[in-house]
Design a protein around this ligand. Structure first.
Ligand code: NAD
Length: 367
């Protein structure tokens, strides 16, 4: 099982190191190869996604990714900015389906910014289309306006677009995922204003005909934002486009206590995937040893489940994370009165210990 390890920038190397430590405890034949990406790759090779890194990602069975970006690169031409690396990987590898589970661990209900009763037992799955929409639509650019409110003035524009096959394939992913859980899909759109999302809704309804056992409802994105903070448990699977999903999944992250708890998987049509925490490179806390590594460790668990066919090992990692939370260990972002504050490395070590103990116990029982 070949895994490409792309730590990236900011806290990326700190959190990925902890996930690698956890993977190394498992008695599985991994071959891990590291490569620079984002700002780190720009410094070394003059490009955020060098050919060698892209080739490694293509050759691997799965990719474990940290995060990219730093304010210091904001003045670079857009194609050279670190964030282009993740967009490039999604595009070149055809990673169109982004899974972002938002699960509120019982031990963290008090770390959420919502009342505990609103988030206790929360388990929703946001599926975000990842390679289309306004983030990739052409044309885009700057020009002199020929019409609009201020003809003759400078303007910028992007293009929102979705083709039928793009919507159909993400719809199938969402309905199939719902079948394995609560059998409910909420499709989030802005069909009242945008033609692109009226089409999205029409195609969702058509594809739904293949899944009579799954319930489908529709919600405008503004209402979905409100419902996420008002009554998040009403959702099971939420499916939406690239931009709406980007925003809503970050809001959902806070329901779980911290964005530092939220893993993600970005899959191609064969379930090959890139696994990364839902957060960015957090330049404000980089190098301080205080970042929460759990989202990355849980992303590694998703990798074992979705791409490497090791569901048992994935469950063991998830159980180890639950165990360290039960012990009361917390990084700063999820700390609350009465719990023990630990740094990135101590949190990783605690997960390693819980996992090692679990594996040893299983061997004893089997022996
Ligand atoms: P961010 O997610 O990096 O940080 C937002 C806030 O959450 C910050 O206060 C940060 O300290 C905190 N935070 C994030 N991860 C944390 C963790 N694991 N533990 C504890 N606290 C954590 O978002 P931002 O500040 O908007 O962006 C910073 C950089 O990251 C930018 O350059 C942005 O473009 C980039 N970014 C990259 C990705 C990616 O690589 N996929 C995604 C989002 C943002």
């Amino acid at each position: 099982m070949k895994i490409a390890i792309l730590p990236g920038d900011g806290i990326g190397s700190e959190i990925v190191a902890e996930a690698v430590k956890v993977l190394n405890v498992l008695d599985l034949p991994f071959e891990m190869e590291h490569a620079p990406v984002g700002g780190a790759a720009y410094e070394l090779h003059g490009h955020p996604l060098p050919d060698s890194t892209l080739q490694l990602a293509k050759d691997a069975d799965a990719i474990l990714f940290g995060a990219v970006g730093d304010w210091k690169y904001d003045k670079l031409d857009r194609p050279l900015r670190p964030e282009q690396a993740i967009l490039g990987l999604r595009k070149h590898l055809g990673l169109f389906a982004n899974f972002r589970p938002a699960i509120c661990y019982e031990q963290l209900t008090h770390a959420s910014s919502l009342k505990p009763e609103l988030v206790a037992g929360l388990d929703i799955l946001i599926i975000r289309e990842l390679t289309g929409d306004i983030y990739f639509g052409q044309p885009r650019g700057r020009r002199t306006a020929v019409d609009g409110h201020f003809p003759g003035s400078e303007e910028a524009f992007d293009t929102m677009r979705y083709s039928r096959p793009e919507i159909e394939r993400i719809a199938h992913v969402a309905f199939q995922a719902a079948r394995k859980r609560g059998k409910r899909v909420t499709s989030v759109d802005k069909a009242n204003v945008l033609e692109t999302f009226q089409f999205w809704k029409d195609v969702m309804i058509e594809v739904h005909a293949d899944y009579p056992d799954v319930e489908l409802d529709h919600m405008y994105v503004d209402n979905a934002a409100m419902q996420l903070v008002k009554a998040p448990k009403r959702f099971d699977v939420m499916v939406t486009g690239n931009m709406f999903g980007d925003i809503l999944s970050d809001a959902a992250a806070m329901l779980t206590g911290s964005i530092g708890m939220l893993p993600s998987a970005s899959l191609d049509k064969n379930n090959k995937g890139l696994y990364e925490p839902s957060h960015g490179s957090a330049p404000d806390i980089a190098g301080k040893g205080i970042a929460n590594p759990l989202a990355t460790i849980l992303s590694a668990a998703m990798m074992l489940k979705f791409s490497l066919n090791q569901p048992e090992a994935a469950s063991k990692i998830e159980a180890a994370v639950g165990s360290v939370l039960s012990q009361g260990l917390r990084t700063a972002d999820i700390w609350s009165e009465g719990t023990q504050k630990v740094g990135t490395r101590e949190m990783g070590d605690a997960v390693v210990k819980a996992l090692t103990d679990n594996i040893a116990m299983t061997k004893t029982i089997k022996g």
